[in-house]
Design a protein around this ligand. Structure first.
Ligand code: PGA
Length: 262
């Protein structure tokens, strides 16, 4: 499946109980009724326990469902606690995030795991949202971290030869609401500059066609900064964590995206 040009996702992480997740999904489905062919796809990534109830609650609405993670494909062995690509396909879930910084940090996910997951998704016609993120103070260190993540996580022919089939999300760890330090949140212009750097490094490492891949931003995106961020050229959407836990606040981010990308 081809990736959308614009994508905004509420990422519920481990924060909403099944009851609450279903209520939020129903509220969003009521607000964003029919899919109307807009260029911007809006969606939510619920905890695994709520995937099917949220999928059903969103049925027929403009809000799509994504997985927060998926296991890499394996011909043998067993991997307790994970969700396989085959399961996502069977449940008709067409997008999966891979390599979120919290997966890398707390679950020891390596670049090679991220790569296998992304390749497996593309081969199964699932659009991977490949997350990159650093916690570096200066641009030189940021470049180094990102180049390492790109070289280790994305350098594979299935990825580089299919630049319309995946999306990148750049999320500086210091901007994620749970881990924020005392640095000021970036302005729209600064976000655009960071995403331009990500594009430059993608092209440098993987070849120029890859520079056309949509790049999302993540890190404390919410109703107060969404329109500023989405209005910048080169910002193709967002992963929204904390601000997505309240359906009214997520709806306002979705509306900002739809106003900018009609
Ligand atoms: P945040 O999370 O919006 O709460 O900063 C974003 C993310 O971790 O994807």
């Amino acid at each position: 499946m081809d990736a959308p040009r614009k994508l905004v996702v509420g990422v519920w992480k481990d924060k909403l109980t099944p009851t609450r997740a279903e209520q939020c999904a129903l509220a969003l489905a009521g607000e964003f009724r029919q899919s109307d062919g807009r260029s911007c796809v809006i969606g939510v990534a619920p905890p695994i326990i709520s995937m099917l109830s949220v999928r059903d609650a969103l049925c027929g609405s403009a809000v799509t469902i994504l997985s927060q993670d998926v296991h890499w494909p394996a011909e043998s062995g067993s991997f307790i606690g994970t969700t396989s690509i085959e399961m996502l396909v069977d449940a008709d879930i067409r997008y999966s995030m891979v390599g979120h910084s919290e997966r890398r940090r707390f679950f020891c996910e390596r670049d090679s795991d991220v790569r296998q997951k992304a390749v497996g998704c593309i081969e199964a016609n699932i659009v991977p949202i490949i997350c990159l993120g650093d916690d570096d103070q200066d641009e030189r260190a940021r470049r180094e971290t990102l180049l390492k993540q790109i070289a280790g996580g994305l350098a594979h022919s299935v990825i580089t030869e299919n630049p319309t089939k995946w999306i990148v999300a750049y999320e500086p760890v210091w901007a994620i609401s749970t881990w924020r330090d005392d640095r000021a949140l970036p302005t729209g212009l600064e976000v655009a500059e960071m995403l331009a750097l990500v594009r430059e490094l993608l092209a440098q490492e993987l070849g120029s066609p890859v520079s056309k891949v949509p790049v999302l931003f993540g890190g404390s995106v919410g109703p107060t900064n969404a329109e500023d961020y989405f209005g910048q050229s080169g910002v193709d959407g967002a992963l929204v964590g904390g601000a997505s836990l309240d359906p009214l606040s997520l709806a306002s981010v979705f509306t900002a995206a739809r106003n900018v990308w009609t």
